[in-house]
Ligand binder design. Structure first.
Ligand SMILES: Nc1ncnc2c1ncn2[C@@H]1O[C@H](COP(=O)(O)OP(=O)(O)OP(=O)(O)O)[C@@H](O)[C@H]1O
Ligand SMILES: [Mg+2]
Length: 266
């Protein structure tokens, strides 16, 4: 067992009125402790299904998902999740929303320590002073920042993000990319992020996995080594342009819009 998250030969189909819908086909991935993997692929190829399998919300038909050496068969408190549309409870303050998982997951923290932890995370994402506001008083970007804090408040080993910034405008999204880097530096976790944004994938992740069309398997794996903290200017280097070109081409192949040998230009 090498990765903190090991996905081995996972095959899954949904049962539908018109028969089985194969979604994942013999998918294997290994994500090391502290790694941050971005998963990209055509719409409907099975990305969200993959996150549900890692989170233990579903079991695969075939193959196994391992977390820290244990087979995942049910949801775990060591996993935090955040989605495109943060579901915050309007009748609770931002602080109380962030503290919610601590009321559900067993914790050794005192009430005071729980609150301190939530406040520390909110400060880390730039929401100091907004603790007592209601969700509707915040912008979309601010709500997503609060939702990231809530996903991390119980110190999960694994953070799963399903298109977390998909609903935000480009500038807000870039701000949140920097926030993600800060969070990762302060609150180490192993991350899996689904995204449609290739720039986002190469800026945040240390490995990008391109899934093929449905039923999806890992079609292409790209490592993104980084020397020191990343800055937005990194996205405007020739190296970044090359990576984006390769990924764009891989997506075209996954969508069936380009032949598989297009990658080599043959
Ligand atoms: N509970 C379900 N029952 C039946 N079919 C489902 C179910 N959930 C998803 N599907 C189907 O499985 C396929 C994969 O869905 P999934 O949500 O994993 O795709 P995705 O890659 O996340 O798509 P998107 O990029 O649009 O978010 C889709 O065709 C979808 O319609
Ligand atoms: Mg999805």
């Amino acid at each position: 067992m090498t990765g903190l998250i090991e996905i081995r030969n996972v095959t899954h189909a949904y049962v539908t009125d018109t028969g089985p819908l194969p979604v994942l086909n013999d998918l294997s991935l290994s994500i090391p402790e502290g790694g941050f993997v971005a998963v990209v692929g055509p719409s409907g190829c099975g990305k969200s299904t993959l996150t549900r399998l890692i989170a233990g919300l579903m079991k695969p038909d075939r193959g196994k998902v391992w977390l820290h050496g244990d087979i995942v068969t049910s949801p775990r408190s060591t996993v935090g999740m955040a989605f495109q549309n943060p579901v915050l409870l309007e009748w609770r303050s931002i602080l109380k929303n962030v503290m919610l998982p601590l009321e559900i997951v067993p914790t050794r923290l005192t009430r005071r320590e729980q609150e301190d932890r939530a406040r520390k995370l909110l400060a880390l994402v730039g929401l100091e002073g907004f603790e007592d506001k209601r969700p509707s008083e915040l912008s979309g970007g601010m709500r997503q920042r609060a939702s990231l804090c809530r996903a991390l408040v119980h110190q999960p080993e694994v953070l799963i993000l399903d298109e977390p910034f998909g609903a935000l405008d480009a500038f807000t999204r870039e701000d949140l990319w920097m926030t993600m880097h800060n969070l990762k530096a302060e609150e180490p976790f192993t991350g899996v992020m689904i995204t449609h944004d290739l720039r986002e994938s190469i800026f945040l992740a240390d490995q990008v996995i391109v899934l093929s069309g449905r039923p999806a398997t890992a079609q292409h794996v790209m490592d993104i080594p980084s020397a020191g903290p990343r800055v937005l200017d990194d996205l405007y280097t020739p190296e970044a342009a090359d990576r984006l070109n390769v990924l764009r081409r891989q997506i075209e192949i996954a969508q069936g819009r380009a032949p598989a040998n297009a990658e080599t230009g043959e």
